[in-house]
Design a protein around this ligand. Structure first.
Ligand code: DC
Length: 226
């Protein structure tokens, strides 16, 4: 089997994982897989159908009636939920929370982890998420755990939302959401958010994206990944 290069970037919401992962993938000329987008798509479907997000049985039934595909177009990930491209629709505060809720259920995680492993086995990837280094791909060549002060993470998330045209959500609401998700993602039973023992911890508080990416590239540059 071909040996692939997988780079895991885990950490809490708003730590800058997706920006760093995207830039890193571009620099290395490989794809970036946003695993949170998968949980968001399932959260979106649960919201749309009014499914009880705490019920393993109801969510299992919903998954049985759901097709989820990931496609890459010009290097960009598209998320197809029952054939519909939901890549934009999954970027709302309601869906963030729903994604965290549904991600606590083993029935959801097992399905999505299987998809993530299948994609990662086929190609070189930078993946971001919560459990990539601890659970999905414990053998990943490089593992990073990216974090930052909670207030800074909330401010970054708000800027993201503003850039997407959201004028209504307030900083207080984003902060509350980030705290809610940090807690739920870290306290769930299956594959909680946690730094892998062999992951490199990066704290991006007060750092620019360029500074963080330089730290990552310096570490990868020391490795033998070619
Ligand atoms: O990275 P994100 O904000 O798009 O993730 C949305 C939610 O999905 C997050 O609060 C927890 C869940 N998630 C997860 O449990 N495991 C992952 N690998 C990625 C995301």
């Amino acid at each position: 089997m071909k040996k692939v290069l997988n780079i895991a970037i885990d950490g809490p919401a708003g730590a800058g994982k997706s920006t760093i992962a995207r830039l890193l993938a571009q620099k290395l000329g490989i794809l970036y897989l946003d695993t949170g987008a998968m949980y968001r798509a399932i959260g979106l479907k649960a919201l749309r159908t009014g499914t009880d997000m705490r019920s393993e049985t109801d969510m299992g039934r919903l998954l049985g009636q759901t097709s989820l595909d990931i496609r890459f177009a010009d290097g960009c990930q598209q998320v197809l939920l029952d054939g519909e491209d939901v890549s934009q629709a999954i970027r709302t505060p309601d869906v963030s929370r729903a994604a965290s809720d549904v991600s606590a259920l083993p029935v959801v995680r097992l399905r999505l982890v299987a998809l993530q492993r299948r994609i990662a086995a086929e190609q070189d990837l930078v993946l971001d998420g919560r459990d990539i280094g601890t659970y999905v791909l414990p053998q990943a060549r490089y593992k990073f755990f990216l974090t930052a002060d909670v207030h800074e993470r909330a401010r970054r998330r708000l800027l993201d939302l503003r850039a997407r045209g959201d004028r209504d959500t307030t900083l207080e609401q984003v902060l509350e959401d980030v705290i809610y998700r940090d807690r739920q993602d870290s306290e769930r039973k299956m594959a909680p958010l946690r730094q892998a023992d062999d992951a490199i911890l990066l704290d991006s508080t007060g750092q620019s994206i360029e500074e963080t990416i330089e730290s990552v590239l310096a570490i990868i540059g020391q490795g033998q990944h070619e």
